[in-house]
Ligand binder design. Sequence first.
Ligand code: GUN
Length: 283
Amino acid sequence: MTATLINGNALSKIIRADVAARAAALAQQGCRPGLAVLLVGDDPASAVYVRNKIKACEEHGLHSSCDRYPADLSEAELLARIDALNRDPAIHGILVQLPLPAHINSHKVIEAIAAAKDVDGFHIANAGALLTGRPSFRPCTPYGVMMMLQAAKIPLSGASAVVIGRSNIVGKPMALLLLEAGATVTICHSKTRDLASYTRAADIVVAAAGQRNVLRADMVKPGATVIDVGMNRDETGKLCGDVDFESVKEVAGHITPVPGGVGPMTITMLLVNTLTAAEQAYA
Ligand code: GUN
C-alpha cells in the first residue's frame, strides 16, 4: 500500500489566497494588517524561519517589521520593545522567535505580549483558553496540522491519536486541538516506555519529537494517518522529518512529506492569525 500525500504547499496556496483577499478588504477600509517579528541572537535555523515569515507577509499584503538583536540583548530591553509594540496601533501581531538566549526568561517575555497580539498563541491567556475549550489564537503549527487533517477528510471524532512530543509550541497544543475535535489522545515523549505499543494502536500519529526516524514502518497501523512535524537534517545535510518516510509511506493511509508538508502550513496559519488579530482590532 502506498499512502496518499497530504500536500502542505497546495493547501497553503488555497488558504493564502483567502488571506490575501481578506487583507485587501481590510486595506480598503484603511487598515493594513501588521506583524512585528523579534529575533534575538544568531541561530541560523531561527534566521531562516524569520526570513520566511517576513517574506510571506510581504507576498500577501501584510505589513511586517523585523527587529534583529545580538545574543547579549538584555531581558529588560526586549521587554521594553514589546511594550512599545503592544501600544503601536499599526502592529496587530507580535512574534518573538524562540528559542531565546538562556539569560532571557522566555515565559516572562511571552507573558509581556498583549494577549490580543499574541499570534503565536503562546501567552498563558491564550493557552488557557485552548485548554478550557474556548480557543482564541491557536498555535500555528498544530493549527496547520488540524487544517491538513480537515482538508484530507480524516475522521477525528472517536479516532485514537498519538502525539509524540510534549513541547508548549507543538505537542501540548496539538493534543488539545485533537481532543477538542473528539479524538482520544495520548501524548508520548522521550520518557515513554515502549512507544511502538502506543503508535501501533493509533489511527493518527503526529510526530513532533525533533528526532529523526522516531517513527518507523513497524510502529504504524496499516492505513493510519501520519503527520510529520519534524525538521531535521540527515547525514548528507538533506532536510528530513521525524518519520522514516520511505518505509512508513508503504504502511500509512495518509502521510505528510518533509519538506512540503507541515512547514508551509505553520507560516500560513501565522498569516491567518495576524489577519484575525487585525480584523478584531479594527472591528
Ligand atoms: N520556534 C519554533 N517554532 C516557533 C513558532 O511557531 N513560533 C515562535 N515564536 N518561535 C518558534
